[in-house]
Design a protein around this ligand. Structure first.
Ligand SMILES: [Fe+2]
Ligand SMILES: [Fe+2]
Length: 191
């Protein structure tokens, strides 16, 4: 490790201890020239690639269940007192679908397989499906699901940290939209 100290007059005094430097790993650059079948996956992903794919598949299942729940609520709420809220459920449904597509695309870029298997969807999703018939119950169920998604994405972003900056940026952009969803829902929730 290299330590740089400053004396009280501000002049610089470098003390080199050990050899940890900001230098590229040239062996990894060479390795990147090989294994072309791995597409965008290069050696810096190291042992985290499979864990990241697993996290992304959990998030994908959640987005699909959220899409289904919002669609169910949109069509069920259309005839109720607040058509504007029903329309907003549809907007959310489409945004959750777009989130799922971003996650599936990233899973494939990482050399994984996006899991769309319908039989295991609800058990793999972090958030629940809901068949409420009352508008306020729908809003409440959606707010709970959004809060679960916000917590899950926050944890994933922390876990991934600097291990995969592309995935982290995707998760951060999805998280921002889930926070907007939760804000809107809590505005509509009657105390
Ligand atoms: Fe989402
Ligand atoms: Fe959402």
């Amino acid at each position: 490790m290299s330590i740089t100290t400053f004396d009280t007059s501000g002049s610089r005094e470098a003390t080199a201890v050990g050899s940890s430097r900001l230098e590229l790993d040239t062996a990894a650059l060479e390795a990147a020239k090989r294994s072309l079948e791995k597409g965008a996956v290069t050696p810096s992903y190291g042992p985290w690639r499979e864990d990241i794919i697993k996290l992304l598949n959990g998030a994908l299942a959640t987005e699909i269940v959220c899409t289904l729940r919002y669609k169910r609520h949109y069509f069920t709420a259309k005839g109720l007192a607040s058509p504007k809220i029903a329309e907003e459920f549809l907007v959310h449904a489409n945004e959750e679908t777009a989130h799922g597509d971003m996650l599936a695309e990233r899973i494939v870029q990482l050399g994984g397989e996006p899991d769309f298997a319908p039989t295991t969807l609800t058990s793999r999703s972090h958030a629940d499906y809901d068949e409420s018939l009352d508008l306020q119950a729908m809003i409440r169920a959606n707010l709970i699901a959004e809060r679960v998604a916000i917590e899950a994405y926050g944890q994933m972003i922390k876990l991934i940290g600097d291990k995969d900056s592309t995935t982290r940026r995707i998760l951060e952009s999805i998280l921002a939209q889930e926070q907007e969803h939760a804000d809107e829902l809590s505005d509509w929730l009657t105390p």
